[in-house]
Design a protein around this ligand. Structure first.
Ligand SMILES: NC(=O)c1ccc[n+]([C@@H]2O[C@H](COP(=O)([O-])OP(=O)(O)OC[C@H]3O[C@@H](n4cnc5c(N)ncnc54)[C@H](OP(=O)(O)O)[C@@H]3O)[C@@H](O)[C@H]2O)c1
Length: 251
């Protein structure tokens, strides 16, 4: 480790990641740790987090984890506190946790609407609330957030999900404008990615359609991890604001 000005722009940085036990969060944790970041992993499934920590440690990297439910404000404070306790600072918060229980509005799956708002939107706000004062006190920091191509293109069954991701982009753009010259803000919008995400829908017809599309089109989660790494590795004065990464074959 060579400190936060490490040779590759990632080496030595302290990066907290939500939704780190699977999919995009897991792939990003593995890639950033491989490049020398010290990663602090959050999610609800602690056994998944422990597996990722073990893989990183076996490969010679540094990782810790804590059970984090992003719908709980205190859990985000605990995630940020763990980074500071163990590594003395927080350089990047990757707010990646998200749920996509997509369905037509006529299904009235109102608890799932609530969950999407609570995780995708309020979860992001809880992270900003916990990390922003720390970034201000340090005089540096970087918010990286997972939105979606659904934030750019609304399609049937995705009204609520797309609404949350439009909100994510709006909040991050507002944050960027208020952030000043020392805090960076990056929004990463994936298209169809090969994760378990597509299986979340409780409407069997929608789930079959989405999983078929994933199996036909999806690109690996590592494609998003590399996009996150690209934003993180830039010099402090360079803020990569928006990255959209989708399969070449995705319309
Ligand atoms: N896969 C795609 O095609 C795609 C496309 C565009 C955008 N995205 C976005 O990418 C992000 C990651 O999804 P993924 O594709 O990697 O799927 P995934 O493997 O299902 O990852 C979602 C992660 O979110 C975490 N999560 C859910 N609710 C949470 C909560 N209340 N508190 C903390 N963590 C929570 C889950 O961990 P626990 O269950 O352990 O808490 C899980 O690790 C999401 O924001 C999603 O909207 C995905």
């Amino acid at each position: 480790m060579s400190g936060i000005d490490g040779i590759n722009g990632i080496d030595g940085k302290v990066v907290a990641i939500t939704g780190a036990g699977s999919g995009i969060g897991e792939a990003t944790a593995l890639l950033l740790a491989e490049r020398g970041a010290r990663v602090v992993l959050g999610g609800r499934r602690v056994e998944r987090l422990a597996e990722v920590v073990e893989r990183i440690e076996k490969a010679g990297g540094v990782a810790v984890s804590v059970r984090t439910d992003v719908t709980r404000r205190d859990d985000l404070h605990a995630l940020v506190a763990l980074a500071r306790e163990r590594f003395g600072r927080l350089d990047v918060l990757f707010s990646n946790a998200g749920v996509g229980t997509i369905s037509p509005l006529d299904d009235l799956r109102v608890d799932e609407w609530d969950e999407m708002v609570d995780v995708n939107v309020k979860g992001l706000l809880h992270g900003i609330g916990a990390a922003l004062p720390v970034f201000r006190a340090q005089g540096s920091g970087h918010f990286v957030t997972t939105a979606s191509t659904a934030a750019f293109r609304v399609v049937p069954n995705m009204a609520v999900y797309a609404g949350t991701k439009v909100a994510v982009r709006a909040i991050c753009e507002g944050l960027r404008q208020e952030a000043g010259d020392s805090v960076r803000v990056t929004t990463v919008s994936p298209g169809v990615i090969a994760t378990d995400f597509a299986e979340a829908s409780t409407n069997s017809q929608v789930r079959a359609h989405i999983t078929e599309m994933r199996d036909r089109l999806a690109i690996p989660a590592d494609a998003i991890a590399r996009a996150v790494a690209f934003a993180v590795e830039q010099p402090a004065g360079v803020d990569v604001n928006e990255i959209v990464v989708r399969p070449t074959a995705q319309a």
